[in-house]
Write a protein that binds this ligand. Structure first.
Ligand code: PLP
Length: 532
């Protein structure tokens, strides 16, 4: 061994050289500054051709600047979503308190799988989860939970507990026989089909309940489906209700779902399915739980105040959930990955817990402190707790209330601007969230009347297809004409999550998620539609 060369490597890469790190970090920040004058998505085009053809590993040891140079073109070529013109999806800028937390986490790189690897970081996780649990369940005595890789995995936990409840020992024995079903609404996130497939239940056994015009699961049909499933001898492991659908922000009636599943399971003499709530996006409404809608300190306009009041009522029903998924990396404006899976009663984690004999190298483990006894993952990053606690205590409850209220206000303004045009139709006018989905038809068409005929089932198929094509065509036209420096980028969904007479409804979509998006941006959306 060349001791000198080895020492050089250790000194370069395993000794914290503050000046060098600060210098490089400063350079990245300079690049961010320079980029802020560019329009979204315009910094650099991709080069997949050589990404595979010319992979690259330096032959000789270098230094931290080589590390910088290796990633810099991709850093520069990746949009940071800070622009107020980004409205395409549930994707927004992460806040800088979260960055402070995430950087602190990266400097220590704790592993949350067991207490001994993470020390106070697991304690931070307990604190972060309990803070969030108090927000969503409002009153809860024994919540517990973990941060996961994302909403998909958090939902997977909810489904998994359900299976173990109705099929004890399925963890070991498997689920067998197509006898097991799960239920979601038609508007539910596709991650639920992912988990049904991955859990061995089969995607075809995830039964989808049609939604109503507000993109909420129809309780009458839920009751019918449950009755039939039990009559056919099925085990119903879980019902995953959605609190805020991704496109149109439909909110399932959690208390109603609880009532129906309790009744139907009791009639069948079966254990009630796990009631898991996918609140990946919608949980942020809970920040408004204690907003004083009478004093109205933010001077919110009446229509937003009405949304806040209804949100408060809907959010109260979350305490009926057995477990919930909450994505802090969405509207918590935190960094990826910061998804939390939380059970309302810690005791439910026994359905996931493995024997210490199964995890021999954690022989000293105790599940209170060592989540590895029940988590899907073994190694687990600590970004979630660091991002959550840094953000909650940097921005504060009132700060979050203002951010969420601002999103709701911009969404309400957009609904007014778009709803004022005869040839447009807002499809989620009573939504409680930051998303707006709508049709733009050619001028002269009466969009409201077309919608009414669609709902009534009197819109001929041929005519419907023509309108669908027009809506898409106008979207593409705006996208090709827009001024990248001034016009917001919108997205298109082929299904808003409501399918009257079995026909999915396509729409234009904007999500007012970015705190910097202001009135001017919204008003220009209206103008760009009028100019089409
Ligand atoms: C985003 C989302 C998911 C998936 O979460 P990831 O963190 O992207 O894995 C699940 N459900 C809903 C309602 C979502 O909006």
């Amino acid at each position: 061994m060349d001791e000198d060369a080895l020492k050089k490597i250790v000194d370069t890469f395993f000794v914290c050289r503050r000046d060098e790190l600060v210098e490089i970090f400063g350079e990245f920040l300079n690049a961010l500054d320079a980029e802020s004058s560019l329009s979204p998505g315009s910094s650099m085009s991709r080069n997949y051709e050589t990404a595979q053809a010319n992979p690259e590993i330096h032959a000789l040891p270098g230094n931290l600047k080589d590390a910088r140079d290796a990633v810099f073109p991709y850093f520069w070529g990746t949009d940071e979503w800070f622009s107020k013109l980004h409205l395409e999806n549930v994707k927004g800028p992460a806040n800088y308190a979260s960055l402070v937390g995430a950087l602190a986490c990266l400097l220590k790189n704790p592993n949350l799988c067991v207490d001994t690897y993470s020390q106070r970081s697991n304690e931070l996780e307990v604190k972060a989860i309990t803070s969030l649990a108090n927000l969503v369940f409002y009153h809860t005595d024994a919540p517990w939970g973990v941060f996961t890789m994302g909403g998909t995995v958090s939902n997977l936990y909810g489904g998994r507990i359900g299976i173990e409840k109705v099929l004890p020992n399925a963890m070991a024995k498997g689920v067998g026989g197509g006898n097991l079903v799960g239920i979601v609404s038609e508007a539910a996130h596709y991650s639920n089909a992912t988990l049904a497939g991955w859990l061995g239940m089969g995607t075809e056994n995830l039964l989808q309940i049609p939604t109503d015009e507000n993109m909420a699961m129809r309780l009458d049909l839920l009751a019918d489906v449950l009755e039939k499933a039990y009559a056919d001898g099925k085990k119903v492991a879980f019902v995953i209700a959605t609190f805020g659908t991704t496109d149109a922000f439909g909110v399932d009636d959690i208390a109603g779902v609880r009532r129906v599943i309790r009744e139907k399971a009791a009639e069948a003499g079966e254990p009630p399915p796990q009631l898991h709530v996918d609140a990946a996006v919608g949980w942020v409404l809970c920040f408004l739980n204690e907003y004083n809608a009478v004093r109205n300190p933010f001077e919110l306009p009446d229509e937003v105040l009405a949304v806040v009041r209804e949100a408060q009522e809907r959010a109260r029903a979350l305490e009926q959930a057995d477990s919930v998924t909450l994505d802090f990396h969405k509207m918590g404006w935190g960094h990826y990955p910061s998804s939390a899976f939380i059970v309302n009663r810690r005791d439910d984690l026994r359905y996931l817990t493995r024997d210490k004999a199964d995890v021999p190298y954690f022989s000293e483990a105790e599940y209170r402190h060592d989540p590895a006894l029940f988590t899907l993952e073994c190694s687990r990053p600590a970004i979630g707790p660091y991002s959550v606690m840094a953000s909650l205590n940097g921005i504060g409850l009132t700060g979050y209330q203002m951010l969420v209220a601002h999103s709701l206000e911009m969404a309400a303004l957009a609904r007014n601007v778009i709803g004022g045009l005869d040839y447009c139709k807002v499809l989620n006018p009573r939504s409680l969230g930051p998303s707006v989905v709508w049709w733009v038809l050619p001028k002269g068409r009466n969009a409201g009347e077309i919608y009414r005929r669609l709902i009534a089932g009197t819109l001929p198929e041929e005519e419907r297809l023509r309108y669908w094509a027009e809506i898409r065509h106008l979207f593409d036209k705006r996208a090709s004409d827009l001024d990248r420096a001034l016009d917001a980028r919108l997205s298109f969904t082929t299904s808003i999550g409501f399918s009257p007479h079995g026909r999915p409804i396509p729409a234009w979509k904007a999500i007012f998620f970015n705190p910097r998006t202001d009135r001017e941006v919204v008003e220009r959306i209206g103008m760009s539609i009028e100019d089409l």
